[in-house]
Design a protein around this ligand. Structure first.
Ligand code: ADP
Length: 497
């Protein structure tokens, strides 16, 4: 999809940006205020398009469309098989438009085009097929209660789901949220991240082409404190799902509690340990630890951002990790072979550079990178710190950028304690050839996912979510369905009274 390469400067994408309005009740409409905001190309900071800026009134309009589609049908009143077929048709359309969608995703977000086109967009189709498969397999139980009663449970949709998503995997996060909500028969109002509004609008248009009835899925572009907060605190939203920072997670949980006590699922930040044991094949461990941190420009909530390395292999590991980071190909994400594009925006770019400065000031050893790459856009050189101590900010706070912090450990009890000594608990990585070590670490780590000798393996069926301040609830897999279902107990006497 990427077309002509300019002699100088960024590759010009060949896809037109056709959808920039809000999608409410099956129609593209302007914001009630008439306002727009720019969404920018992180390679240059230049404006890609001006997008309608949703606010309270637009959220109200979207929620009332979703309410109507839920209460009067047709969505929850259609058969599950009919809903499933629309979702499958949508997945086909995603596949058909794979390259256009991937182009918009890379343009808006800065991630390597190949990653968007070969991994993420195909995964979006996979997720919708997975949930289409669940739609007609959701059912309750017959319960063997004491006494002369027939007792059954009905699993019903909750109603209008409000969903707020981040910018690091714009369309994948859309899929993780919208897939289970619709499969269970709910209707949706989703607010995309202000940095990356384009692909959700495109996808939602395709969903309507696939036969989705109006009002079932409404997409609002806009900012957090306005549109996002209006959704979280709306009295007519029955369930809220949020992915973003822990700080904002606290805000939306409070808004939900103060309004109508809607149940909330939260996917929040992380500071995941990646533990390299003494028996590890060092070359492989270096490569996997590198991937665990640098994938997606380091913009992953589950990034392996505390690389704990056993003292016996520490020096060799540092040398090789540094070599690998220096070799990482940074550049225009539309260019073939590029491993790392720009960070998403100027705010993230500045925040990451500030974290890097704090690492240097705190006395960690800068092994590689440490500064911007080039002179334009939001590129940062792959950065590696050694001699990192647990109490340093770079080892405690989420950096969300291409900054690897390497820490030394001596024995397993110590590393378990240190790995768990964080407010987060999203994921952990263990690299070892010893089964016993793997088992011991796996049981001891407080994390929603433990990847052994692998990292960032995301399948539609694998549940994902956090312990501690990394969140509430699980997305994907069978576990995600319970986020979007009510359980109704129905009790009938066996004999008429
Ligand atoms: P980041 O700092 O990485 O942008 P955020 O948690 O701030 O992460 O953003 C994730 C999502 O939450 C975005 O869609 C953003 O607009 C939204 N958001 C931010 N602040 C609020 C808020 N006060 N209320 C509701 N949503 C918010």
């Amino acid at each position: 999809a990427a077309a002509a390469t300019a002699a100088e400067g960024p590759i010009i994408p060949s896809v037109a940006v056709n959808y920039t309005q809000l999608l409410i009740n099956g129609q593209f409409v302007d914001a009630a205020s008439g306002k727009t905001f720019p969404t920018c190309d992180p390679r240059t900071g230049e404006v890609i398009a001006n997008v309608a800026e949703g606010d309270v009134e637009d959220i109200n309009r979207a929620v009332s469309a979703a309410r109507k589609a839920f209460d009067n049908g047709p969505w929850p009143k259609m058969t599950a098989y009919e809903r499933s077929k629309i979702m499958l048709h949508f997945a086909d359309l995603i596949e058909k438009h794979n390259d256009e969608i991937a182009t918009l995703e890379t343009w808006d977000n800065g991630k390597p085009y190949d990653q968007a086109a070969k991994i993420e967009v195909p995964m979006v189709a996979r997720i919708f097929r997975y949930y289409a498969g669940w739609a007609d397999k959701i059912h309750g139980l017959v319960v063997p209660a004491d006494g002369q009663h027939h007792v059954q449970t009905l699993h019903e949709p909750i109603g209008v789901a409000g969903q707020i998503i981040p910018w690091n995997f714009p369309l994948l996060m859309f899929a993780w949220k919208v897939g289970p909500a619709l499969a269970c028969g709910n209707t949706v109002v989703i607010k995309t991240a202000e940095q990356t509004p384009l692909t959700a609008l495109y996808a939602a248009k395709l969903f309507h082409e696939a036969g989705l009835p109006e009002g079932v899925l409404n997409v609002i572009s806009g900012f957090g404190p306005t549109a996002g907060a209006a959704l979280a605190s709306h009295m007519d939203v029955d369930k809220l799902a949020f992915t973003g920072s822990t700080e904002t997670g606290k805000v939306v949980l409070e808004l939900a509690a103060r309004s109508n006590l809607k149940p909330v699922t939260l996917e929040l930040g992380g500071k995941s340990p990646f533990i390299v044991c003494e028996d590890a094949d060092i070359d492989k461990a270096v490569e996997l630890a590198h991937f665990a941190l640098f994938f997606n420009q380091g913009q992953c909530c589950c990034a392996g951002s505390r690389t704990y390395v056993h003292e016996r292999v520490y020096d060799e590991f540092i040398e090789k990790a540094k070599e690998r980071a220096v070799k990482r190909l940074v550049g225009d994400p539309f260019k073939e072979g590029i491993e790392q594009g720009p960070q998403v925006d100027s705010e993230q770019f500045q925040k990451i550079l500030k974290c890097i400065r704090s690492g240097i000031e705190d006395g960690a050893t800068l092994e590689a990178g440490g500064e911007r790459f080039g002179t334009k856009g939001y590129y940062i050189k792959p950065t590696v710190f050694s001699n990192v101590k647990d109490e340093m900010l770079i080892a405690r706070d989420e950096i969300f950028g291409p900054v690897q912090s390497i820490l030394k450990f001596k024995d397993y009890d110590e590393v378990i304690h240190r790995a768990n000594n964080t407010r987060y608990g999203l994921a952990a990585g263990v690299f070892t050839q010893n089964l016993e070590t793997a088992n011991i670490l796996t049981r001891a780590l407080h994390a929603g996912t433990v990847w052994i000798n692998c990292f960032d393996v995301f399948d539609a069926a694998i549940p994902f979510g956090g312990y501690k301040m990394s969140g509430h609830g699980r997305e994907k897999g069978i576990y995600s369905l319970s986020n979007y279902l009510q359980v109704k107990a129905v009790v009938t006497p066996l004999k008429n009274p």
